[in-house]
Design a protein around this ligand. Structure first.
Ligand SMILES: O=c1ccn([C@@H]2O[C@H](COP(=O)(O)OP(=O)(O)O[C@H]3O[C@H](CO)[C@@H](O)[C@H](O)[C@H]3O)[C@@H](O)[C@H]2O)c(=O)[nH]1
Ligand SMILES: [Mn+2]
Length: 753
């Protein structure tokens, strides 16, 4: 089974078409593709819903001679039906979801080419030891050190933007544990290599038939991990847990946001054998109050340069500090794609894994598990030019980050003819520490292309999407990989404040892209961004801006009820069917997506509800902060999301799925909106009672709209009557009431004129 066997691009048409002609129209084009191999099979039966006729679509397999990769183009049956019946309906979204793609990778088949595997640099970013407890970062690092990949081809770099001695101490302490953990994982082929997850599961001890050796080692390692955890916990409690001497000297007198560069080798892998422990390097870049540090993008660029002078691997993985590797074969899976070019000779700029989360609350109460979005949206984009960069769980080609275009890449590749590829990683890195410190200084980037044409791009709080767009703009294709088990798992924030802060930052950052030099429309006209990819980016970056029309519509319903007017047709008119069917179809369709992902109805509802909450609060504030930035009144900031620890209980009545509040102004608009609608509905009811019956101009349409808003904002309605963190603070309610008063006054004065 070598050589030509195996690799094929597979085209499947598994959809119902309105007519066989339509199917031929859509899939006939496949015939003209340059088939290298023989078509494999064609045995799917299609049924035409109109004529009932059966017909067989074409299924093609094209062999490229690469045994470890399959690319499957799927066509979403429901999408086709909808697209057939409702031409033009939800066009932008349909554009994105139209041609989903799935890759199947077979890392096992790479095993006889181990010597050809390239080195990979692994990056972890952390920024705040309080919001991001070091034990979380330590677990992520341990999961990376223990990956199924030759250790002498890996190097792990941790960027600590907090310059925290606690984070440094925790990583230093974890080295001794890593020396036991990594061999243990590889010896017993441990599935989950983040120790906190592995040991939270007692199962390995309960099953029968496992050697007593294993039991003993398991217990020993659990013991060691507990000790490590205790040490870190202890250090967290005391302000000076370690004598500031020797290795800690650099951390004395550090002020937040004002420190020189620190680069320390925590572990240098001198043995240089595949079974060893990868290099581990701690990096805290220089920060000065007068120098913009560009948040995560700045940190990523420093990591790129520091690793550049130390190991300079051709591929770089980056993860957020909470995103541990859940599938030990992530690098191998990524290599199945990165080592290959497709039948047109194109290579992928990066391989993006989805963001999935651990410890998920049932029913996705905060609407942030991203399962459906990733399954339909990102898989769909994967069939256009490729997924956007999600900021974590992504393998980049180093040269692409340095600004290389696909054409340049092809040329250099054919020049070196694949032979001189750098397949070894230096085993001595201590000699380059001095250089590494220099490239981590903040003056290093002045008057260079870093942050514009080179590296992670500055100017947006969503540096990930902006950077990925810069790559697509140069004409690169990218790939989306969804192996089983999921590649990486992280923490999804819970509670109102953390979720809304994260969404506000996303809305801000995405909108900033519209006003950046990477504007997708300009990129399509002047560069190599594809048109459909441009539509996808527009859809994405205008997410937050949707809050403005949405707010207008929600207020419109309340306005009509308060002034006894209407914006909807009445039930007796035929025209009523238009909004009614749109409403029903939209909800049924989105619901079907959740059900097809195996999620409960509750998850669908929670996501719909959170979308309205986020739109009326976080996105609105996101838009506002971009407006302030454009007016030059304030700069946008990257607020770090709190990484919750599961045991963070602070009371008996704990319900982690319940919405929480604090005194942030972000809650004012939502509170005002729910108050407006409750008033409007109350007023309508009163009027109905007084007039004995609904003889008014505003009818069922307006009432349904208003009630839908209240239903979506139920957490706010409940928050009005609760105290503590589940209640809305009085000051917020007070401010909201002023807004409500102004709105009602506006309604009355408009309707009088
Ligand atoms: O000044 C900073 C700020 C943040 N970070 C790191 O950036 C990562 C992401 O920050 P987080 O607060 O966890 O944001 P999330 O909302 O969870 O992040 C999502 O959104 C970000 C912006 O789009 C992406 O960068 C992330 O990869 C993506 O997971 C974390 O590792 C932080 O430590 C820094 O290194 N320096
Ligand atoms: Mn995160």
């Amino acid at each position: 089974m070598k050589g030509k066997e195996g690799n094929f691009d597979l085209f499947i048409a598994n959809c119902y078409f309105v007519s066989p002609e339509r199917a031929i129209q859509r899939f006939g084009r496949l015939k003209s593709l340059p088939l290298k191999g023989k078509p494999r099979f064609a045995d799917l039966n299609l049924v035409s819903p109109n004529s009932g006729a059966h017909f067989t679509p074409w299924v093609f397999a094209m062999s490229d001679g690469c045994p470890w990769l399959e690319k499957i183009y799927l066509t979403d049956e429901d999408l086709n039906v909808i697209a057939e019946w409702f031409p033009g309906f939800w066009r932008t979204v349909t554009n994105i979801k139209w041609s989903p793609v799935e890759f199947n990778t077979y890392p096992g088949r790479l095993s006889n080419r181990v010597h050809e595997l390239p080195p990979v640099d692994l990056f972890v970013t952390t920024a705040d030891p309080v919001l991001e407890p070091p034990i979380i970062t330590v677990n992520t690092v341990l999961s990376l050190l223990a990956l199924d990949y030759p250790a002498n081809k890996l190097a792990c770099y941790v960027s600590d933007d907090g310059g925290s001695p606690l984070t440094f101490y925790s990583l230093l302490e974890s080295i001794n544990f890593a020396k036991l953990w990594v061999p243990f994982c590889k010896k017993y082929n441990v599935k989950v290599r983040a120790p906190f997850q592995y040991f939270s599961d007692q199962e390995p001890l309960i099953f029968g038939g496992i050697s007593s050796d294993f039991r003993e080692e398991w217990k020993r390692l659990k013991d060691e991990y507990d000790k490590l955890q205790q040490k870190i916990e202890e250090a967290t409690k005391h302000s000076h847990p370690y004598h500031l001497n020797g290795m800690f000297d650099d951390f004395s007198n550090i002020e937040r946001g004002d420190n020189s560069s620190i680069v320390k080798i925590l572990w240098e892998d001198k043995d240089n054998i595949p079974e060893g422990l990868p290099h581990l390097v701690y990096v805290s870049r220089e920060k000065r109050p007068k120098h913009a540090h560009h948040y995560k993008a700045g940190a990523m660029n420093v990591l790129t340069r520091v690793s550049g002078v130390m190991t300079n691997a051709p591929f770089m993985l980056n993860v957020d500090c909470d995103m541990y590797a859940n599938n030990p074969q992530v690098v191998l899976h990524a290599m199945c794609l990165l080592l290959e070019s497709n039948h047109k000779g194109e290579e992928y700029a990066f391989v993006q894994y989805p963001q999935f989360f651990y410890g998920c609350l049932p029913g996705d109460p905060f609407g942030n598990h991203l399962i459906v979005i990733q399954e339909y949206l990102i898989r769909g984009v994967a069939g256009i030019q490729g997924p956007f960069y999600e900021g974590t769980g992504c393998f980049h080609r180093r040269k692409v980050i340095y600004g290389e275009s696909p054409v340049q890449h092809k040329n250099t590749r054919s020049n070196i003819n694949g032979k001189n590829k750098k397949l070894l990683r230096p085993s001595n890195i201590s000699s380059s520490v001095k250089a590494a410190i220099q490239v981590a200084d903040c003056s290093y980037e002045s008057n260079t292309d870093w942050g514009t044409k080179v590296g992670w791009v500055y100017g947006s709080a969503t540096e990930d999407v902006l950077t990925g767009l810069g790559i697509h703009k140069r004409g690169w294709r990218t790939a989306y990989l969804t192996p089983n088990p999921p590649a990486f798992l992280g923490c999804a924030p819970s509670g109102g404040p953390a979720c809304l802060t994260q969404q506000k930052r996303a809305a801000t950052g995405l909108l900033e892209i519209l006003f950046s030099r990477n504007n997708p429309v300009i990129a399509t006209i002047t560069c190599d961004l594809r048109f459909r990819q441009c539509l996808m980016y527009l859809y994405l970056i205008l997410w937050g801006a949707r809050s403005i029309p949405e707010l207008c519509y929600t207020l419109l319903a309340a306005y009509c009820l308060l002034t006894d007017s209407s914006f909807m047709p009445t039930v007796s008119e035929n025209a009523f069917l238009v909004p009614a069917s749109l409403f029903i179809i939209y909800n049924l369709y989105t619901l079907s997506e959740y059900l097809r992902c195996g999620l409960p109805v509750r998850a669908w509802w929670n996501n719909q509800r959170m979308a309205r909450i986020i739109s009326s609060t976080a996105w609105l504030f996101g838009v506002l902060s971009v407006v302030l930035k454009l007016l030059g009144l304030s700069e946008t900031v990257f607020e770090i999301t709190r990484k919750d620890q599961n045991n963070q209980d602070d009371g008996a009545d704990i319900d982690p799925g319940r919405f929480t509040f604090d005194d942030s102004p972000i809650f004012v608009s939502g509170t005002a909106l729910v108050l407006v609608h409750i008033s409007a509905l109350g007023w309508t009811l009163l009027r109905a009672v007084r007039n004995s019956g609904f003889v008014s101009r505003s009818g069922l349409g307006e009432i349904i709209c208003s009630a839908w808003v209240v239903l979506s904002l139920v957490p706010f309605a409940k928050g009005l009557f609760r105290r503590g963190k589940y209640g809305i603070p009085y000051s917020t309610i007070f401010k909201s009431k002023i807004l409500v008063g102004l709105f009602i006054y506006f309604c009355i004065s408009v309707s009088r004129n």
